[in-house]
Design a protein around this ligand. Structure first.
Ligand code: GDP
Length: 297
């Protein structure tokens, strides 16, 4: 399960803290050293770990904590609160335009991160909320990607707009929006092309779509199993094209926690949803407080 190893290590630190009736500043320092090690081993970004441990320590060594009734408990509570904060505290909702307007969402990400699957999952969620979504196949480099989107669209009962692989992604997107306007569709998901690595052509293509169309949200899909790489990918996409949020996939696997804990703090952009499996219903809104509770065990 995700975060198992991190949770176990933090639980051990907490057990020691709880067992002490009286806590000294040195006890807190020792505990924070262990927290730091556990977070680094979980592949959390180094700067994030440093500032996290500092925030917790600054609050925990205060008089009212150490001289309080249950100091161990108080320190654990502070760790939980700071972890919430690290991930953005509040759940961030995607706000769509009024139903008589078209909201365009551009999905981007590296190949294999789960972009196509996630586009269908999201479309399905919004369809269930009464929206009229359309999935658009803008990945013209991999014919299999078009087919995959069609299969997923069919599974969730959402139409798919495709023009094969002989057109420019921007032209396909434009045609899809015209199609949407004519067919009473108010939510358009552009499934853009992924690449194995970040490359200039991919970024230019996304930038061109963004410059020419009224994109409401640019959402990046990253694979939580890739740890700090996921954070680096998010940073690059945000610097090059600007993203509004991230969807973290494969949190059902035994991911260590680095991406979940670092993305918001490093990029400033929230995690919107987490992918919890291969099925098209396996997508959950990302609640920082619930995630912190899960990590802390
Ligand atoms: P894309 O290349 O980014 O479009 O990636 P795909 O949508 O094709 O997904 C790549 C693989 O990851 C597929 O086998 C998906 O079923 C799988 N996948 C996507 N999201 C999740 C998830 O949240 N959990 C798990 N376990 N698998 C996922």
């Amino acid at each position: 399960m995700a975060f198992d190893s991190l949770s176990d290590k933090l639980q051990n630190v907490f057990k020691k803290l709880r067992s002490k009736g009286v806590l000294t500043e040195d006890d807190v320092k020792e505990a924070m050293k262990e927290v730091k090690r556990a977070l680094l081993e979980a592949d959390v970004n180094f700067k994030v770990v440093k500032s996290f441990v500092k925030s917790v320590s600054d609050r925990a060594v205060g008089e009212e904590v150490l001289k309080g009734l249950n100091p161990g408990h108080m320190v654990i509570k502070i760790v939980k609160e700071e972890m919430d904060k690290l991930m953005g505290s509040e759940m961030t909702e995607i706000k769509l335009r009024p139903s008589n307007e078209i909201t365009i969402i551009m999905m981007c990400g590296l190949q294999g991160a789960g972009k196509t699957t996630t586009a269908a999952k999201l479309a399905y969620q919004f369809k269930n909320k009464g929206k009229k979504p359309l999935l658009v196949a803008c990945d013209v480099y991999r014919p299999a990607a078009i087919k995959q989107l069609q299969v997923n669209g069919e599974k969730v009962g959402v139409p798919v707009f495709a023009m094969g692989d002989n057109n420019k992604p921007l032209d396909i997107a434009k045609a899809a929006i015209q199609h949407a306007a004519k067919n009473n569709i108010n939510l358009v998901f552009l499934d853009t092309a992924g690449r194995l690595h970040v490359d200039e052509d991919m970024m230019n293509e996304l930038a061109e779509i963004k410059e020419n169309l009224d994109i409401a949200y640019t959402i990046l899909t990253v694979d939580s199993m890739t740890g700090q790489d996921a954070v680096n990918v998010a940073t690059t996409f945000n610097d090059k094209i600007g993203i509004d949020g991230v969807i973290l996939t494969k949190l059902d696997g035994d991911t260590r926690g680095g991406a979940a804990l670092s993305i918001k703090a490093v990029t400033g952009k929230p995690i919107l949803y987490s992918g919890m499996g291969e099925k098209l219903t396996d997508l959950e809104p990302f609640y920082p407080d619930r995630m912190a509770s899960r990590i802390l065990g």
